[in-house]
Design a protein around this ligand. Structure first.
Ligand code: CP
Ligand code: NVA
Length: 306
């Protein structure tokens, strides 16, 4: 995908709908082994929050492409001793070919991208998690054979994952419904953007009523009730979020062919019950695997092949 070479992925909407669909096609080809692309470049991972899937899937994807990875844990760099982001960015940009950053503020990610002058990937911020959504869409496409016209409902906190899902689903014609408690709704600006992108062709519904969201839905999606950095709020949030739990009763009200997704890590019997995550509708392990295939396609597209 020559058009993506040299670009950033700071938000899922840094791709247009056509580019997003082509990226998913490339991910499918790479996953099937039909395409074998080499890319002997160096990826840096600068993560200020914990990560299992994102860290390992990016690392393995880059190794399989013939490239190298440097894990730049902030504790072992001068970042932890207060070196300015703009200085770190300018220096890393001169060593690395591409950088994936996991941090808190979207603004810090944008600053980094501006100064690093190499492709920068959002590996999760408080606002968005675009790499996750690439894998989610790939999983939905694999199961239903298409994206256009599928209905996906998200239950829980209007967080980074909900924000990126809103945008990503609207881009590919998925009807998206987000059910959250009143004070935990997704970012207003992002809801407006999703509505603009959908342009009346697919539905964008934001509600506080999980029953509205579950009706006719084919994909039930949830995420933790307290994200990284909000752990101290967990106990207060549990009673507020309980009506949004993805459990067997909720699943019974969905479409007959409904599947269940969760970006993981999961808190069993909080946002999802053990029975549902282990049940026959769960596709969470396929979804986790798809992180690697989707990000391999992303790396190749942003870097170009050898
Ligand atoms: N889903 C996800 O991003 O997982 P990690 O936090 O383990 O990377
Ligand atoms: N919303 C979660 C996603 C973790 C992958 C968080 O930000 O912690």
């Amino acid at each position: 995908m020559e058009k993506l070479k040299g670009r950033n992925l700071l938000s899922i909407k840094d791709l247009n709908a056509d580019e997003l669909k082509k990226l998913l096609e490339l991910a499918t080809e790479l996953k099937s082994g039909k395409k074998n692309i080499k890319c002997n470049k160096v990826l840096g991972l600068l993560f200020s929050k914990a990560s299992t899937r994102t860290r390992v899937s990016f690392t393995v994807a880059m190794y399989q492409l013939g490239g190298q990875v440097i894990d730049l844990n902030p504790n072992v760099t001068q970042v932890s001793r207060g070196e300015l982001l703009i200085d770190t960015a300018r220096v890393l940009g001169r060593y690395l070919d591409i950088l994936a950053i996991r941090t808190f503020a979207q603004k810090d990610l944008e600053t980094f991208a501006k100064y690093a002058k190499i492709p920068v990937i959002n590996a999760l911020t408080d606002r968005e998690h675009p790499c996750q959504i690439l894998a989610d869409l790939l999983t939905v496409k694999e199961y239903f054979g298409n994206l256009d016209g599928v209905t996906l409902s998200y239950f829980g906190d209007g967080n980074n994952v909900a924000n990126s899902l809103l945008l990503g689903c609207a881009m590919v014609g998925i009807n998206v419904k987000i059910a959250t408690p009143a004070n935990y709704m997704p970012n207003k600006e992002i809801v407006e953007e999703a509505n603009t992108i959908a342009n009346g062709k697919s539905k964008v519904i934001v509600t506080n009523n999980p029953q509205i969201a579950v009706k006719d839905t084919q994909v039930l999606y949830t995420d933790v009730w307290a994200s990284m950095g909000q752990e101290q709020e967990t106990n207060n949030r549990i009673p507020i979020f309980k009506p949004y739990q993805v459990n067997e009763k909720l699943l019974e009200s969905a479409a007959d062919d409904a599947i269940v997704l969760h970006c993981l890590p999961a808190h069993r019997d909080e946002e999802i019950t053990d029975a549902v995550i282990e049940g026959d509708r769960s596709r969470v392990w396929e979804q986790a695997e798809n992180r690697m295939h989707a990000q391999k396609a992303l790396l190749v597209s942003l870097l170009g092949s050898d």
